[in-house]
Design a protein around this ligand. Structure first.
Ligand code: FES
Ligand code: FES
Length: 220
């Protein structure tokens, strides 16, 4: 046996006999594991997690409906009216209710930019934006950039510059790049990098992403 391997000691299980050195009430390794497993199970049984929401057991038993709102907004040029749980993010509204799965859920915490969409022409992390607050808003997602079969110039530039590998961050990068160009933050590669810094690419395609934005902004 290697010195790093670990096995259960070859001894009988502890008993409550009088000559035991352990207190009858002291937890053994086995009782500790059994107790923590039971407690963990009770915690899980006490409530359930659905996507980004947590519903407590009491509310679920009582059959209480979570507070919801009716919201009308325009998504990629189409008017949509939906009733959503007030805690629903714009990202979940797009992906789960409207079947627009182009916007990606990376961190779901505002740190990666994979979920970037435009709301009234401004870049937002849709995972941090409450859908219920978007009455009358205009939302543009990656699905809304092409004109029929004709790609948006930045989509075309991403292909020409080979600005992606796995592609997971790409929808967010492209929507963010469109926002960056509209905002006029394309004066230099450094400026583009700065204003695209909220969009993380784990494949490290930053140089080519910046080139694609530059190309679209008319610098090349
Ligand atoms: S999924 Fe929204 S910022 Fe990462
Ligand atoms: S292309 Fe893979 S994360 Fe950006």
């Amino acid at each position: 046996m290697s010195s790093t391997e670990f096995t259960e000691p070859d001894v009988p299980p502890p008993t409550d006999s009088a000559d035991s050195t352990e207190s009858p009430t002291a937890p053994t390794r086995r009782t500790f594991i059994a107790t923590t497993t039971a407690v963990g199970g009770a915690v899980v049984a006490g409530g359930f997690i659905t996507g980004s929401t947590f519903i407590d057991a009491e509310g679920a038993e009582a059959g209480e409906a979570a507070p919801s709102s009716r919201v009308s907004l325009t998504v990629n040029g189409s008017r949509r009216t939906v009733t959503v749980d007030n805690r629903t993010s714009l990202l979940d509204l797009l992906r789960e209710h409207l079947d627009l799965t182009g916007s990606k859920k990376g961190c779901n915490a505002g740190a990666c930019g994979a979920c970037t969409v435009l709301v009234d022409d401004r870049r937002v992390n849709s995972c941090l934006t409450l859908a219920a607050r978007l009455e009358a808003a205009e939302v543009t997602t990656i699905e809304g950039l092409a004109d029929g079969d004709e790609l948006h110039p930045l989509q075309q530039a991403f292909i020409e510059q080979d600005a992606f590998q796995c592609g997971y961050c790409t929808p967010g990068q492209i929507v963010s790049g469109v926002g960056c160009i509209k905002e006029g933050h394309t004066g230099s590669p450094e400026e583009i990098r700065e204003w695209m810094s909220g969009n993380i690419c784990r494949c490290g395609c930053y140089v080519k992403i910046v080139r694609a934005v530059e190309q679209t902004a008319g610098r090349k």
